[in-house]
Each structure stands twice: as C-alpha cells, then as structure tokens.
Design a protein around this ligand. Structure first.
Ligand code: P6P
Length: 342
C-alpha cells in the first residue's frame, strides 16, 4: 500500500479556492484579485532579480507625488500592477504611491466591486545596493453606488480592508497575505513559477528584545520617543532590566517581514523634520496594510496614540507615524506617548 498523501505544500491557487469554497472567506472576484496581484509580483520579482543585467537600475529621472525621485523599477513595477489588474473585471479603480490620483478602469473593460491601493516597490532606495525591497497592497470595497471612484472612495479606515499583503523580494521571494483570518506565507517556487504555502497562521510573540528605528533622527524625536529608546539602550542595568538589539534595513517590507516571522517592533515616529507632513510613511498603502497583517498575526499597530486601522484618512497620500509589532512593546511605547500628551 503506497502512501497517497502528498507532502508537497499546496499552491496559492488551491489555498484561495479552499478559502472561497470551504470557508466562504472570499468570493471569486477577490480570489481573482489576489491571484492577479501575486502574478504581477512574480513579474516584479523577475525584474528586481535581474539587477544590473536588466537595465532597470537607477533613477527614472522623474519625481512622484511625494516629491521623491522615482527609480526605473518604481515606474516599471507600477506599470506591471496596472496592466495586470485593468482587464479582469474585479476592480473599480486602483491607486498607487507612484500616481497623484486614482487610476480608473478603462471603459473597454468591466468594473468590479474592489479598490486596490499599493506601493509598487517599497524601499526602492535599496535596489541599487541589492538590499531586499517589496510590494505592499491593500484591498477595499468600492462604496456602493459609486460608479466612477475618485480619491474620496479610497478614504476608508483600515478596518474596512478585506485583504492586505506584501511581497518581499529577498533571498527568496515571499508573499505574505491576510484575508482577515490569520496571516499566511507563500514562497515562490521558481521552477514551478508559482507560490507555495509555506506557513499558515504566523504569530508575532508578545514580547521582544529587538527594535527597528532610524536612530539618526534621535535628536528630532518627541520626549516620549526618546524616553522609550533610551530605556532600551540602557539595557539590563537600566529600567527595562534587559539588553535589546537593533535592526534597521530602511526597507519597511524587510523590517516588517522580520517582525512577522520572529517578533520585534518597527517605529517611524513623528520628528521635528517631518512633523508638518504628518509622518514619513503613507497611511493607505504602507501603514494600513501592514497594520492589518500585524494585528491578524497577534501584534499591535498604533500611531503613538490610537489604532492605525481606526484613523479616518483625509487624503490619498496622507502620512502617519507608525509603531507596530510585538504587542507588549507597542502598548508600552503608546502609553508613554499618551502620558506625555496628558
Ligand atoms: P529612512 C523606504 O523609502 C521607506 O518608505 C520605508 O520602506 C522605510 O522603512 C523608510 O522609508 C526608511 O526611511 O528615513 O530610514 O530612509
């Protein structure tokens, strides 16, 4: 009698079919949306993986709405995601860090019920030096009755997300996804050309000894931020009674992926340099999707005062402070900020 059970991991497609058929967590359009985004991320992974041989490193010579110089791969990744998602009939509109305004679905294609908002290539300043970068995406429902979604249709709190995920283009290419029922990781099988489920229900430990922050901004931080970090740096002889370690990739996807895998905290607080902008990271396509994933993995995500997912967006490219990761540390640093605010 030979064993018939396969030890091979299941594919993303089979995972999504089971989420739709067996758990009714998603419908056919959302399943198609996730598969289309995953396929686009495979194409981006190929371009990123070619490095200097692909002729797509360096600057595109243009700036995005943020006033940031666009890398050629920023523009290419954005185009790949637009082309992949325009024709499927699952979306009502798209929005991106790289585009000033939402991108309408061309009239020659049918519209669907979902809105997709994304950062096509986060951390792109690291591309030219071969450090991991990633794609971050968030899925919302288009408000009922809105036939031509404009910016206003996207201005929904993060609690309204129906799915979120990121692809991290590192030593392996991984897709980390939540549909609102846990966080699951898929690894790109380059021979098969498909994502295989490699971890179900990732969990962020409530405690950690690892923090991620850009320490060069210390002199610009508000008092509660300095208090929290100085306590960590004081180590086992300080008020925390333990030594802490620091990591900072300067690629949010890479830093958050490490936290989702083994715990830690990621902090990009307000500082005097960016205070008038509201923060560094963008709410709709960086903070919200990552906050959804982190909360679904048992972690916590605040802006220093309240849940990121409850922030009511005022504009498409709004920025917010971000504190996310291991629950007990985020509770502590958020308490320090609340106490300082009185
Ligand atoms: P800094 C990349 O540009 C990014 O948006 C995030 O991916 C990253 O966490 C952050 O900015 C890095 O900022 O100030 O350290 O360069």
């Amino acid at each position: 009698m030979t064993a018939t059970t396969s030890s091979r991991p299941i594919s993303l497609t089979r995972f999504l079919i089971e989420e739709q058929r067996d758990k009714q967590h998603i419908n056919a359009d959302l399943r198609l949306l996730i598969e289309v985004v995953a396929r686009a991320c495979k194409r981006i992974a190929i371009s990123v993986g070619r490095g200097a041989l692909g002729g797509v490193l360096g600057s595109a010579g243009t700036e995005n709405v943020q006033g940031e110089v666009q890398k050629k791969l920023d523009v290419l990744s954005n185009e790949i995601l637009l082309e992949a998602n325009e024709w499927g009939g699952h979306l009502a509109a798209l929005a991106s860090e790289e585009m000033d305004d939402p991108h309408p679905i061309p009239h020659r294609y049918p519209k669907g019920e979902y809105l997709l908002v994304f950062d096509p290539l986060d951390g792109s300043s690291n591309i030219d030096v071969n450090i991991s970068v990633g794609t971050i995406f968030s899925v919302l429902k288009c408000p009922t009755g809105v036939k031509e979604p404009d910016e206003k249709a996207f201005l929904q709190p993060g609690t309204q997300q129906v799915a979120a995920g990121y692809a991290v283009y590192g030593s392996s290419t991984m897709l980390v996804l939540t549909l609102g029922d846990g966080v699951h990781a898929f690894t790109l099988d380059r021979e098969q050309g498909s994502f295989a489920l490699t971890q179900r229900n990732l969990h962020i430990p409530e405690d950690t000894r690892e923090f991620a922050i850009n320490m060069s901004n210390l002199r610009h931080w508000e008092a509660p931020m300095r208090r929290y970090i100085e306590e960590l740096l004081a180590g086992k002889n300080g008020p925390r009674g333990a030594d802490f370690n620091m990591r900072w990739v300067a690629s949010m996807v890479a830093d958050v992926h490490r936290i989702v895998c083994r715990g830690g905290i990621f902090v990009y607080p307000l500082d005097t340099k960016i205070k008038e902008k509201g923060g560094k990271l963008r709410l709709l396509y960086e903070a919200n999707p990552m906050a959804f994933i982190v909360e679904q993995a048992g972690g916590m995500a605040t802006d220093g005062h309240g849940r990121i997912l409850e922030i009511m967006p005022k504009s498409l490219h709004q920025r917010v402070p971000v504190f996310l990761g291991s629950k007990n540390e985020i509770e502590r640093v958020t308490r320090y900020h609340r106490e300082a605010a009185g």
